[in-house]
Design a protein around this ligand. Sequence first.
Ligand code: NAD
Ligand code: 2HG
Length: 404
Amino acid sequence: MDGLKGYGAAHNSGTLGRMLRVLTLDTVSAQALARFPAGHYRVGAAIDTPDAILLQAATLDPGNSPASLKVVGRIGTGAGQVDVDALSARGIPLLHAPSANANAVKELVLAGMLMAARHLPEALAHVAAEAAEPGFQQRLLAQPLRFQGSELAGRTLGVVGLGVVGVQVANTARLLGMRVLGLDPFVTVEGAWQLSAEVMRTGSINELYAGSDFVSFHVPLNDATRDLFNAASLAHVRNGVVLVNFARAGVVSSAAVREGLADGRIGRYVTDFPEPGLTSLDGVVTLPHLGAATREAAAHSAAMVIDQTRDYLENGNLVNAVNFPGLRMPREGRARLCVANRNQPNILGHLTQVLGSAGVNITQMRNASLGAMAYTLIDVDDDVPPALPSAMAAIDGVLSIRVI
Ligand SMILES: NC(=O)c1ccc[n+]([C@@H]2O[C@H](COP(=O)([O-])OP(=O)(O)OC[C@H]3O[C@@H](n4cnc5c(N)ncnc54)[C@H](O)[C@@H]3O)[C@@H](O)[C@H]2O)c1
Ligand SMILES: O=C(O)CC[C@@H](O)C(=O)O
């Protein structure tokens, strides 16, 4: 049976009139879970027929998940181990917390720059090696300039990608007295508003390389950004540049890093992603993907995802979905219809026709699309007749429908 489009499955009449059920597949802090009001939600690791699933690293096979499921919240950034296409096909949004870890990443990027500028990995290794032998204090203190480094203030940082992390890195580097060059051909209005006016825009990535002592990458990995830094980039960098990569391993070509380190055009490569053939090289500082690994990022992320999950279940509002557009509408009227559908012609026409035929008057309506997916909120003045949701669910392209 296609329980997903049927009235009794994807349609959830009277969401607020009954206890909502949230299954947690990973540990979520009790403090964050307290954001679900106890009188209205049952939350736990052994909840059957859940309305929502919360997870962080757990794998979710949407094909095997319950018909009652209406939304999945991922405590983190991006889809993690979730099959997004399979969720989309069921009209189920996957919510995440894209900005919750930005401060954590920014702080570690700065730590990475300081590690490189002050030769901290070598200094720490030296202390550890010396400490095994007697008299180490005198020997260590007798060589104050052995690890002489340079300060960040006065140096130039190039930031590639001015999204939530890149903007924070750029702004904080300015506060530390660095000159900052930025590049992002697709910067959002929000990103531009957040960015310090003292960050200088560059016209091309090679111009950014040519002017920077440090280059930090903050772009997503996709076909356009794979090997964004490559062998040809080496011709443009300042001699001894420090490359910082907390984005994804594939954004910086490991072959180009090896070549640049060998002839000194790259002074250091600081990365959050261990890679065979790179991690053991002199000049490479590798962290084990620690960028977002703070208690604060986990707490912000859980709080954001829980609030968004509640807003979706209680009001149908969609905020930070990986697979559906954002859409919010203040509540009006007696009931709200929430329709997830494919982005194809005339679905709205069919929906309004079904409503009109049932004599139900629309108070207000909003629709938005993202790629192949669309989402529609319809507030109505009248009670929704019991047969109406199944009539809507039968429209070609409608993936799920709820009445709340
Ligand atoms: N190390 C970690 O733990 C960690 C944590 C969070 C994010 N990340 C990585 O960092 C990346 C950036 O994170 P974010 O939250 O700032 O993402 P974001 O989506 O807010 O920002 C990415 C920015 O890159 C820009 N961009 C895309 N293609 C570009 C190109 N070719 N040149 C220049 N700019 C380009 C986009 O316009 C956007 O502004 C993520 O995609 C992820 O891969 C890593
Ligand atoms: O949320 C996550 O799983 C990690 C997010 C972050 O570390 C990333 O690398 O994008």
